[in-house]
Design a protein around this ligand. Structure first.
Ligand code: CUA
Length: 399
């Protein structure tokens, strides 16, 4: 009997334990590979950011206080139930109306709790909200459905301000002061690894500080339902060591888009980019996009000055080699591959602008190939390539 039972319990327990550990290992593997496969290091508790550390410790104190309150209330409940049970003689319960001491306690205890919680919150806000004077500044513009990041302190030698679409480059070990706004509807800026979430509101500029100590590539997403491609409104944060960040910024300031060699595909692409094709009604890209060092200064779409250096396309819809592969499709009919995209089509198909149906002008596949070649030539110098050697960098790219 004993031996059978022993054998029984002896095998059942390890089996249950191993089932549990398999479950735990599977869960951990899913979470980890989920992040690695897509190069998206999303974590809510990334302690490399002082913002996240502050919020973490504030939460620890708040939760500790809540546990004390829970234990206290539970104790009071059980104590009262046990001590003041209904007696058998049907006597009316003792009244405590007019018990000043008890009433003072019932008011004072919640006041102390609320004061403690607000001190915790206000202390964290006082630490996180002020912008240090030496902070790096980045202006964030959110639009349906992309982001522009510009560097107000970095005036380009060719005119205008250094800016980049959908890939935000920031220094590590420094507070980065963001000014966030929207060009149309309400969006939300959130890259969890570098700090908290902030709304992007039209006609309002919100300030926000973010930071990280660890160089790397971090995922950012729009957090406010803003239209058909809300889920396709992503961006990358590329955090560089201060020296590399400075190298990027000074190269970006000196940057002028390369002049294509005469008769090359890039040169034909350049002409189409700047002028479109009047014969078929194909609109000029330059009307909506800026390319530093050229006459293209449009602001309706993301800045394309360093397009060839970028490794994402369509506000993070595609990355690496997939982005490269999708580029001609994207130019041809972007509203078809990204719902709600406001870019005109170039294959004669219909698209919507302010609820009105428009028909795009036509470009041949060769002409789209020429524009693609021109866009790929828009590259920062090697030493300013913010992807190169950065941990978590996307392999391949649009170039
Ligand atoms: Cu922008 Cu959601």
């Amino acid at each position: 009997m004993n031996t059978i039972q022993d054998r029984h319990s002896g095998t059942a327990r390890p089996r249950r334990r191993s089932a549990l550990s398999v479950l735990a290992a599977g869960l951990a593997a899913t979470l980890l590979t989920g992040c690695q496969q897509s190069n998206q290091l999303i974590t809510f508790g990334d302690m490399s950011s002082s913002y996240n550390r502050e919020v973490f410790w504030m939460s620890v104190w708040a939760i500790a206080l809540s546990i004390i309150i829970f234990v206290g209330v539970s104790w009071a409940l059980f104590y009262t139930v046990a001590k003041f049970r209904e007696d058998r003689h049907d006597a009316p319960p003792a009244q405590f109306h007019g018990n000043n001491r008890l009433e003072v306690i019932l008011v004072a205890v919640p006041v102390v709790i609320v004061v403690l919680l607000s001190v915790l919150t206000v202390r964290s806000m006082a630490r996180l909200n002020p912008t240090p004077t030496n902070a790096a500044k980045i202006d964030v513009l959110a639009k349906q459905f992309w982001w522009n990041f510009s560097y107000p302190a970095a005036t380009a030698e060719a005119g205008g301000t250094v800016s980049n679409g959908n890939e935000m480059i920031m220094p590590t070990n420094a507070r980065v002061a963001l000014s966030i706004t929207s060009g149309d509807v309400v969006h939300g800026f959130w890259a969890p690894n570098i700090g908290g979430q902030r709304h992007a509101l039209p006609s309002v500029i919100k300030t926000w500080n973010v930071d990280t100590e660890r160089p790397g590539v971090y995922q950012g997403n729009c957090t406010q339902l803003c239209g058909a491609s809300h889920a396709n409104m992503r961006y990358k944060v590329i955090a560089l060591e201060p020296a590399r960040f400075d190298a990027f910024l000074s190269a970006a300031r000196a940057y002028r888009a390369p002049t294509p060699a005469e008769g090359s595909a890039e040169a034909r692409g350049y002409t189409l980019f700047m002028q479109g094709k009047t014969a078929t009604g194909a609109l000029a890209c330059a009307a909506c996009h800026r390319v530093q060092g050229t006459p293209a200064a449009g602001a309706a779409g993301p800045d394309l000055s360093f397009f060839g250096t970028r490794r994402t396309l369509g506000a993070g819809m595609w990355e690496g080699d997939k982005a490269r592969e999708m580029l001609p499709e994207w130019i041809k009919h972007s509203p078809k591959v990204k719902p709600g995209s406001l870019m005109p089509t170039y294959d004669g198909s219909e698209y919507l602008v302010d609820g009105k149906v428009q028909r795009g002008g036509r470009l041949t596949d060769e002409e789209i190939g020429d524009i693609t070649a021109y866009l790929r030539s828009l590259k920062l110098p090697e030493e300013a390539d913010y992807w190169r050697g950065t941990p978590g960098a996307i392999a391949g790219g649009t170039q």
